[in-house]
Design a protein around this ligand. Structure first.
Ligand SMILES: NC(=O)c1ccc[n+]([C@@H]2O[C@H](COP(=O)([O-])OP(=O)(O)OC[C@H]3O[C@@H](n4cnc5c(N)ncnc54)[C@H](O)[C@@H]3O)[C@@H](O)[C@H]2O)c1
Length: 257
């Protein structure tokens, strides 16, 4: 019998790799996973921001390290993942969080924004999953992969989000395919759909004014990065061993408006 209810959700002795953890939602996820006992590897293009975040977690008594990875660059992903595996062993959890949110109206859309968005939002989660799942399979201890998509997929979309929404919809296909191929290794793959979260990326996204359904206020208000982090903790916890290929919205009730 478990003697403590938090044991199934604890991550002590496990490594969790969070992309885009220098700020915004990724920082919230990194904080919650570190508080659950994980050694969190914060991977970000913004190396200084990742270091600042890792340092503040370490100063608070948690375990965290920073690594600079450009998710738009396959070589950078491969080198970064190899370094993490060499230094800390195979991660238990990978959270593919980093994403670009710039907008262009469909009729003015460019392939440049489409390609940039897909390289970070879709191609990088594929490459990260491949690299980290290889290490997980070799370590033979199972694992957790969590992709961060968006409530844009269930209705809270803004004008200008064709590239963004398409890049996030593709993550559902990636999750389904990777969940199937990784199941025999005890690795689960799930997807979170955050709703409105006030972050540097959401506030600073370039493009025309965001109109449309996403302007509605969620009944519970906007989420914090920690709200996404606590849902992430559940899905990457040992307790969630029977949950794979699932999609969970954390949107403050947006979907019922
Ligand atoms: N904020 C929201 O309301 C919201 C809603 C739904 C989904 N999301 C999704 O959640 C995730 C995080 O969003 P956020 O609002 O915190 O974003 P953010 O822009 O505030 O943070 C994203 C992080 O990713 C990093 N990053 C960007 N490009 C990178 C690259 N090439 N290589 C490595 N790191 C890179 C940035 O430096 C930054 O630290 C994204 O995938 C986003 O699409 C956000």
């Amino acid at each position: 019998m478990q003697d403590h209810i938090d044991a199934p959700f604890g991550l002590a002795g496990r490594v969790a790799l969070v992309t885009g953890g220098a700020g915004g939602i990724g920082a919230g996820i990194a904080e919650v996973l570190a508080q659950a006992g994980a050694t969190v590897a914060i991977a970000d293009l913004d190396g200084e921001g990742a270091s600042r975040q890792a340092t503040s977690l370490v100063e608070a008594g948690y375990k965290a390290v920073a690594i600079t990875i450009d998710l738009a660059d396959e070589a950078s992903i491969m080198q970064g993942c190899a370094r993490i595996v060499a230094d800390y062993g195979a991660p238990w959890a990978l959270v593919n969080n980093a994403g670009l949110q710039d907008r262009e109206l469909l009729l003015a859309g460019t392939s440049a924004l489409w390609d940039r968005t897909f390289s970070v939002n879709t191609r990088a989660p594929f490459l990260m999953t491949r690299e980290i799942a290889r290490a997980m399979v070799e370590a033979n201890k199972g694992g957790r992969i969590l992709n961060i998509a968006s409530a844009a997929l269930i209705g809270s979309i803004s004008t200008g989000h064709s590239a963004y929404a398409a890049s996030k919809a593709a993550l559902l296909g990636l999750a389904r395919a990777s969940a199937m191929e990784l199941a025999e290794h005890g690795i689960t793959v799930n997807t979170l759909l955050p709703g409105g979260v006030i972050t540097p990326g959401a506030m600073g996204a370039k493009g025309p004014p965001a109109e449309g359904p996403a302007r509605r206020r969620p009944p519970f208000g906007y989420s914090t990065p920690r709200d996404i982090g606590t849902a992430a903790l559940f899905l990457v916890s040992p307790a969630a061993q029977m949950i794979t290929n699932q999609v969970l919205a954390v949107d403050g009730g947006w979907s019922i408006t």
